[in-house]
Design a binder for this molecule. Structure first.
Ligand code: HPA
Length: 272
């Protein structure tokens, strides 16, 4: 079975189980769960029960696909995503996003935890991803191109949807939530960066750094699926005053910003 057939087979499996037509797809990043408090959950399907899905190995990520409605809108939520550092291939990482697109989602909201390279960013800040730099070793589009999914050489001049960016900024203003803007660099991980690497990231124009999101966005753009991403700053990456961080601390800080991020996503999705 080729990749496209596998995506369709998984879609058909979910069609046969899924109770509703999702409009918006959402990927919940590390430490971000509170959005689920706004969701009337219709169905929770563990990744392990979905044919074709990779299985999430990281203990911090619960792997579930959740069908529900939120603010009157049908949403399909990925609770837990797949990362390169877990050993997944780029194609495996983006597989669920491709399936969600074929299930009919019209847009994708992504969230992540990220280190702040831009020293204006403080722990707990929310930053709208304005653009990205792919420093991952691979690319989800490498290999045979399926024209049914998208074109061989997709344009990346505007990977994050302008309308959605505008909407999110507007909702943040209305809610009194500060939403900064920056360039996200994706690295492989799982180690955090050295001081020299943080300096390098700053020099090449990154405002934040993390280990996710970019593969999913590349796959979304390939399929002409409008997407948007917000980073929660979990650590300040100042090479001249670098303090050791650990993953527990990163998750704790992400948790502190969780409620404002969730509120922002809900208010934006409500008007779509
Ligand atoms: N580097 C890479 N990924 C991260 C970081 C970081 O400093 N913080 C949260 N995710």
């Amino acid at each position: 079975m080729n990749l496209l057939q596998q995506i369709k087979e998984t879609r058909d499996f979910l069609f046969s189980k899924g109770s509703m037509q999702p409009e918006t797809g959402i990927v919940l990043g590390t430490g971000l769960h509170q959005l689920l408090n706004y969701v009337d959950v219709k169905q929770t399907i563990p990744y392990a029960d979905i044919p074709g899905f990779p299985i999430s190995t990281v203990e911090y990520h619960k792997g579930n696909l959740i069908y529900g409605s939120m603010a009157g809108k049908n949403v399909l939520i990925m609770q837990g995503r797949f990362h390169a550092y877990e050993g997944y291939t780029m194609q495996q990482i983006v597989f669920p996003v491709r399936v969600m697109k074929l299930l009919g989602i019209q847009r994708l909201f992504l969230s992540n935890a990220a280190g702040g390279i831009n020293l204006q960013f403080k722990k707990g800040d929310l930053v709208l991803v304005d653009d990205h730099i792919n420093l991952l070793a691979g690319n989800p589009l490498s290999g045979k191109n399926y024209d049914e999914l998208g074109s061989r050489f997709p344009d990346m001049s505007e990977p994050y949807d302008l309308h959605l960016k505008y909407l999110l900024q507007q909702k943040a203003n209305e809610l009194g939530i500060e939403l900064k803007k920056g360039v996200y660099a994706a690295v492989h991980g799982p180690n955090l960066e050295t001081k020299a690497e943080y300096r390098y990231l700053k020099n090449i124009g990154a405002d934040m750094v993390g280990m996710s999101t970019v593969p999913e966005v590349i796959a979304a753009v390939h399929m002409q699926l409008p997407c948007i991403a917000v980073s929660v700053i979990t650590d300040e990456c100042d090479p001249d005053h670098l303090k050791p961080v650990n993953i527990e601390e990163i998750i704790e800080i992400a948790g502190m910003a969780d409620s404002k991020l969730s509120h922002l996503f809900v208010e934006a999705i409500k008007v779509l």
